[in-house]
Design a protein around this ligand. Sequence first.
Ligand SMILES: C[S@@+](CC[C@H](N)C(=O)[O-])C[C@H]1O[C@@H](n2cnc3c(N)ncnc32)[C@H](O)[C@@H]1O
Length: 215
Amino acid sequence: MQPIGAQHEFHDPVYAQDWANRFVPTRPRQALFDLMVEQITSRCPGNAHIVELGIGPGYLAWEILGRIPGVSYEGVDFSEAMFAIARARLAAFAGRIVYTRADLTDGVWSARLSRQPDAIVSTWALHDLGAEAHIAAVYGQARAVLPTGGLLLNGDFVKPDESNFDYEPGRITPSRHEELLRAAGFGDVQQLAYWEKDVDNPTSANNYACFVGIA
Ligand SMILES: C[S@@+](CC[C@H](N)C(=O)[O-])C[C@H]1O[C@@H](n2cnc3c(N)ncnc32)[C@H](O)[C@@H]1O
């Protein structure tokens, strides 16, 4: 049996557009965006610089830029095909967003940022890095680049702690996410919510949770 997960071709423009069309926010996915907007609004300055790791087609960015008027935004991704889709979706916010091409597994993405972020956010992206070690390294770099008190929010697909199924290596358990965040130096680490939890019938699209850490 195949591990729970998915193969992607994010650099292929046709694949990227088709994927974006299929991944339109559903009600529970929208709840993740709502939670992130609420966290940023309550914990960050009104003029915060927000960096998103894996901006993809820009669904999360559209929510944050539309609902928090004072923030600036920086979308990091390694796919020009995804940037093209995001640029079209986010055209109304062009003056408040920059796009930074970087590979999140290369260990130097944080040096490419246009300026120091107040918050680093990500949705459904870090599992695609393909290994727990890459997620740990990204958490470490995020901690290093954030100011004291800066916010890290990661909403991502997880493997339920109680699961006996094989998952692709980037889908790690909630308890490992929390351990990796603490090991990276974040405080106040918590799982804020878990959506579409299904231990017995896992798919590539259910079981995702949101984690917070304060630098
Ligand atoms: C599921 S999409 C993100 C969706 C996005 N958060 C949204 O709300 O629209 C995952 C993104 O991560 C990007 N990605 C995957 N691996 C990456 C890597 N190693 N470095 C940079 N970006 C990567 C992909 O190109 C893709 O755009």
